[in-house]
Design a protein around this ligand. Structure first.
Ligand SMILES: O=c1ccn([C@@H]2O[C@H](COP(=O)(O)OP(=O)(O)O[C@H]3O[C@H](CO)[C@@H](O)[C@H](O)[C@H]3O)[C@@H](O)[C@H]2O)c(=O)[nH]1
Length: 490
């Protein structure tokens, strides 16, 4: 295909690993469909993306379909610490006030408006895929006749749950914040409590910001969802008929990474040698290891870490545990029980910092996943056919948990009742032990999880449901281009 006839897509991710990782996967996917992508991001984030993009371009000689455009982001002028170009900057550092920085960081995204406007005017891409946290992107794109697609990063179930909770506010009719209720209108009689709901604060600054996001979504070209129809059919149907005007399921995006190198290069540089990690896993029995990770946005306090360690010990299972902790408390002596690592030698691997997650999840020795239910992790767990222990922390993670425990029935909850902020739950070692044992022994859950993994792989194969939707999207974008060309001629 000639360069000029290729669709050119701008991708503008939110500057957080949970958004940048699927964005790069998306760019690769578009490349397989003959489109070229430009990822818009800041210098430090570009550094993280450079290596996997270079590998991708080397593996696909002559295409060079993915490029980065670097944006200016003057942190200190915006009231942020120097070098704060990714949420990881504050979430992995327990010494910082993450709440304040998170809000300021989110609102600083407006700074990109002028740069985006100029780029859209000069380059005129065929489409702009912008993260939901950039609501002003819809109007800017419209000004230059560029269709704007929204990428939320989460799945259909939580998008639908949010919609129904916002609409019906059922939490207003309960006697206490811990009283369970069924989410009205949402298929499946899903039970939740008020303390797990994030839609409560419509009048707050964040509530108003979220409304702006929804308004900008309504006038956009549509929504891209990292999911596949067979995983959550009732919710993908509900979303498409009752929530968004148009949506395309294009996942699981992580499955586009087939080679070891691609899987190992997702996100930050791993804090462990990937081959060492594999060697360790190779020495383990099939499905005997539980993998624990709480994503990129959280550090537990030392008391909770000690309790997790004890629970893992009591479970008797081998484990890989990722502790996303830097700063002064990251020092192992400060939070691990005395002699724990020596005692667990051979049984447990603790990764401080970043793990090559998909490499680990795909290994046959891994038999379970204890997850905070961030959507990327959850979907990666599904794609690897793993039953899960759910330990949501905040954001939409409690909704994702309900998908696993109440709909898919491929996991059990560790028993967290409420969001970590402001004053989350303390989970005892007994609860950790019980949930880990139950998931590792749960044959029915494992069977269902494996069926879902097969469906996930089928969805992204040629002719599979997600493959068809990506093709449809490409055709629609080509049509928009044709119409624009015709308008220009007439
Ligand atoms: O050591 C690590 C830690 C994470 N990851 C990867 O990083 C991503 C993390 O994404 P996710 O699991 O979604 O977690 P968060 O970063 O916490 O995700 C944020 O963004 C998600 C998508 O919008 C939301 O679902 C979450 O609630 C929100 O916290 C995944 O691809 C992981 O494979 C690694 O490779 N190694």
């Amino acid at each position: 295909m000639g360069e000029a006839s290729k669709l050119h897509i701008f991708l503008f991710p939110y500057m957080a690993h949970g958004h940048m990782i699927p964005t790069l996967d998306m760019a690769k996917l578009f490349s397989t469909k003959g489109a070229k992508s430009t990822i818009l991001t800041t210098p430090l984030n570009a550094k993280i993306l450079e290596k996997p993009i270079k590998s991708f371009n080397e593996d696909n000689p002559g295409l060079e379909d993915i490029t980065i455009h670097i944006l200016h982001f003057p942190c200190t002028e915006l009231g942020l610490p120097q070098g704060c170009e990714n949420t990881d900057f504050f979430f992995s550092n327990p010494d910082l006030n993450t709440g304040d920085l998170n809000r300021k960081f989110l609102l600083s995204m407006e700074y990109f408006k002028a740069q985006l406007e100029q780029l859209l005017e000069t380059v005129r891409p065929d489409c702009l895929v912008a993260n939901m946290f950039l609501p002003w992107a819809t109007k800017l794109a419209e000004k230059f006749g560029v269709p704007r697609l929204v990428f939320h990063g989460t799945g259909y179930f939580s998008l639908c749950a949010s919609h129904c909770l916002r609409l019906h506010k059922p939490y207003k009719n309960v006697a206490s914040s811990s009283e369970p209720f069924v989410i009205p209108e949402l298929p499946g009689d899903i039970v939740i409590t008020e303390e797990q709901v994030i839609e409560k604060e419509a009048e707050s600054v964040m509530g108003k910001f979220m409304k702006e996001l929804r308004d900008s979504e309504r006038s956009s070209f549509g929504v891209l969802v990292n999911s596949f129809h067979e995983l959550e059919p009732a919710y993908s149907d509900f979303y498409k008929s009752s929530v968004a005007q148009r949506a395309w399921s294009i996942g699981p995006l992580s499955l586009g990474n087939r080679e070891f190198k691609e899987k190992a290069e997702r996100g930050k540089k791993a804090s462990i040698d990937e081959h060492e990690c594999l060697k360790w896993l190779d020495s383990k029995r099939r499905e005997s290891v539980i993998y624990l990770s709480f994503g990129t946005m959280l550090s537990f306090n030392n008391e909770q870490l000690v309790e997790i360690a004890a629970g893992l010990d009591m479970s008797g299972h081998d484990f890989i545990w990722v502790v996303n902790k830097s700063g002064s408390q990251g020092d192992k002596e400060e939070w691990l029980p005395e002699g724990f690592e020596e005692k667990m030698k051979g049984r447990g691997l603790i990764i401080r910092g970043w793990a090559p997650q998909v490499v680990i999840l795909d290994h046959q020795a891994v038999g379970g996943f204890l997850t905070h239910c961030g959507w990327n992790s959850l979907l990666e767990g599904v794609a690897s056919g793993l039953p899960m222990v759910t330990w949501p922390i905040g954001a939409e993670q409690f909704y994702n948990e309900k998908l696993v425990t109440q709909v898919l029935k491929t996991g059990v909850s560790v028993g967290v009742k409420k969001m970590m902020k402001p004053d989350g739950d303390f989970i005892t070692k007994e609860k950790v032990e019980k949930a880990v044992r139950e998931v590792m022994a749960g044959e029915e859950m494992r069977k269902r999880a494996k069926q879902l993994a097969d469906m996930a792989k089928d969805a992204v194969r040629e002719g599979g449901s997600s493959d068809i939707e990506v093709n449809r999207l490409m055709e629609e974008l080509k049509l928009v281009r044709l119409q624009k060309e015709e308008e220009k001629r007439s």
